[in-house]
Design a protein around this ligand. Structure first.
Ligand code: HEC
Length: 145
């Protein structure tokens, strides 16, 4: 086997350094910035939500409720009005943020009801309001791009 001469060794070292440099750069570009919290005003309620997390948590809902909340095998979630009703345990009542949160927490998705509770249900409810029903939100939703 041939011994590496100084030049070859130099090139090997330089390419290793370049490789580390590239990896280092791409690492710093993928640093997470953490949750972006916004406080919404919906009627008398002022929930604080993470809309990005809500968007992610809405993924499993898409099959039944549609990617745009337009409905599919399940009701649409993109046409709330001030008089919309929502049923929990079969009992209908006026839709509010906390009622939407409870519906998700207690009854959605059917068959996997414990998969989105607490903060998850709050964030998804915020996403549903800001993304498709922002007319009912007095303040807090990001302006449409
Ligand atoms: C397997 C299909 C399915 C999945 C997945 C599912 N849902 Fe539903 N959802 C339904 C059906 C069916 C109804 C209507 C019956 C009822 O109200 O329970 C409903 C009702 C609702 C309602 C009440 C709508 C209204 O107008 O009364 C909300 C809000 C809702 N779902 C949110 C969600 C969210 C958020 C997710 C994801 C975390 C989700 N659902 C996942 C089937 C589904």
């Amino acid at each position: 086997m041939q011994k590496l001469n100084k030049l070859t060794r130099g090139i090997v070292v330089l390419s290793l350094l370049a490789f580390v440099g590239v990896v280092g750069c791409s690492d710093s570009e993928t640093v997470e910035t953490g949750p972006t919290l916004v406080t919404l005003t919906i009627g008398v309620e002022t929930p604080t939500v993470d809309l990005d997390a809500g968007m992610d948590s809405y993924m499993p809902c898409q099959g039944c409720h549609g990617a745009m909340g337009q409905g599919n095998t399940a009701p649409a979630l993109n046409a709330f009005t001030p008089t919309s009703q929502i049923s929990i345990g079969g009992v209908p009542d006026t839709l509010t943020f906390s009622r939407l949160q409870d519906k998700i927490e207690l009854e959605m998705p059917p068959g996997s009801e414990t998969s989105c509770e607490g903060t998850c249900a709050i964030n998804v409810a915020g996403y549903i309001y800001c993304e498709w029903n922002s007319a009912l939100v007095t303040s807090g939703c990001p302006a449409a791009p």
